[in-house]
Design a protein around this ligand. Structure first.
Ligand code: UD1
Length: 419
């Protein structure tokens, strides 16, 4: 059943003004989990004000850490021997909880982590995580809803070839291998900027890692890591969301702190939709003064088009000039979002992992429901270009990934309230 926690949007405003990008959700949560690798106090800066950071802080506290959050930083004081069990009540709220698995096995020699929840965007297996830890010499299996992994005699470096460049699996294997004996090679590794950020964080703790950002990562284990201070990279998905918002509403948004090099393909696609994208001294500016042209997109692991921006592309195409084909290659259930968008009058048919979209001139406001963070943001963008009022239920999903979204939208001229 839908909760009464919602965004209310009156469509029709062109978004104009400036926003500043804070740290990436998909990076900071992994950095926090990886702080478990060294006893003592690690400090992470450029931390976004989102609900998931609180969940990870609770999880680390439960493992014996002292976590202090102030303004945009979090400090995590890790005990000599952290706990090893991450309970279901916390883990079920957030997929990134699984990132404590690698550090705990490496540091404590055992881990019990509940099977994670998080967004309803697909089956999201853990087989690559488990196979990777087994390759490093751990035993790992699923028992009573928990991943149970043990390596009482420590881990040993190994060759791990991933069937798919999974972000989470690459992270768990890398954070386990940094304390293993010998050399680990991860082939077909993920190349996402968030993963590179995690690698650089580990290097600043004393880890020996080569090949970050390439498909082959080589890690030479060290005996001990030390706490560190590290700034989280800016959130490329929020950056992309603002860029699409500018293009869809025929607005003009300057996005401070954005890194264009993390969004090459989405920005190219926006340019082919007719947007004027320029780099500024500390970010990017996206302007649009015409109806967007429809764009064909296929999501792929980085540097391909990010699956997390799929709802924004579909929302843009829903009001674009022309017909488009959008293909989802990473998470099979992303298209749940399409049913909601259709309630606003979008003309979309889905066949397997393809969505075929016929742009309409205007959408019309209606009550809809967010099933996950990005679908929620995509629906808010669609509501901005809908005639009349749209309510987006289950707003808490959006809070998990977008700090002060309603306030930021208001400052750009949108008629949005959070109830
Ligand atoms: C992370 C991001 C998510 C993003 C995704 C892809 C976080 C918290 N989430 O999710 O926002 O959309 O990367 O960029 O950082 N798979 C398996 N077996 C495994 C692991 C993965 O089959 O053991 C499959 C998944 O079901 C999915 C695909 O591989 O179809 C990619 O998943 P993965 O890259 O692992 O995504 P996450 O790390 O879960």
């Amino acid at each position: 059943m839908a909760s009464h926690d919602r965004f209310r949007v009156i469509g029709g405003s062109q978004l104009r003004g400036e926003v500043t990008i804070t740290g990436a959700k998909n990076s900071v949560l992994k950095l926090m989990a990886a702080s478990l690798l060294a006893a003592g106090k690690t400090t992470i800066t450029n931390v976004p004000d989102i609900a998931d950071v609180d969940i990870m802080a609770d999880l680390l506290t439960r493992l014996g850490c002292t976590v202090v959050r102030s303004d945009s930083q979090v400090s995590i004081d890790v005990p000599q021997i952290p706990g090893h069990r991450a309970d279901y009540d916390l883990v079920r709220k957030m997929r990134a909880s699984i990132n404590v698995l690698g550090p705990l096995v490496a540091r404590v020699g055992e881990a019990e982590v509940a099977l994670p929840g998080g967004d309803a965007i697909g089956s999201r297996g853990l087989d690559f995580h488990i196979k990777g830890l087994e390759a490093l010499g751990a035993t790992a299996h699923i028992e009573h809803g928990y991943v149970v992994a043990k390596a009482p005699n420590g881990l040993s470096g190994a060759f791990v070839d991933l069937d798919f460049p999974s972000v989470g699996a690459t992270e768990n294997i890398m954070t386990a291998a940094v304390l293993a004996k010998g050399v680990t090679t991860i082939d077909n590794a993920a190349r996402e900027p968030d993963l590179v950020d995690l690698g650089e964080f580990l290097i600043s703790m004393g880890a020996d890692i080569k090949g970050l950002g390439t498909p082959t990562i080589t890690i030479t284990g060290v005996a001990i890591l030390r706490p560190t201070v590290h700034a989280t990279i800016p959130d490329r998905i929020i950056t992309g969301t603002w860029a699409f918002a500018a293009a869809m509403t025929r607005g003009d948004i300057t996005i401070h702190g954005a890194r264009a090099e993390h969004l090459e393909l989405p920005l190219e696609k926006l340019a082919s939709a007719g947007a004027i994208v320029t780099t500024t001294a500390d970010g990017i500016r996206v302007r649009m003064d015409q109806r967007p042209q429809a764009i064909d997109v296929a999501t792929l692991p980085y540097p391909g088009f990010p699956t997390d921006l799929l709802p924004m592309v579909i929302a843009l195409n829903a009001i674009a000039d022309g017909h488009s084909l959008v293909t989802e290659n990473v998470f099979e259930s992303r298209f749940m979002f399409v049913n909601e968008l259709s309630r606003l009058g979008a003309q979309i048919s889905v066949d397997g992992h393809h969505a075929s979209i016929e742009g309409v001139l205007e959408l019309s406001g209606a009550p809809v429901e967010a099933h996950d963070i990005r679908a929620g943001a995509g629906l808010i963008l669609a509501a901005l270009v809908s005639e009349g009022e749209t309510t987006i239920d289950e707003a808490f999903h959006v809070d998990r990934g977008y700090p002060n979204f309603a306030e930021q939208l208001q400052s750009l001229g949108a008629k949005v309230t959070r109830e």
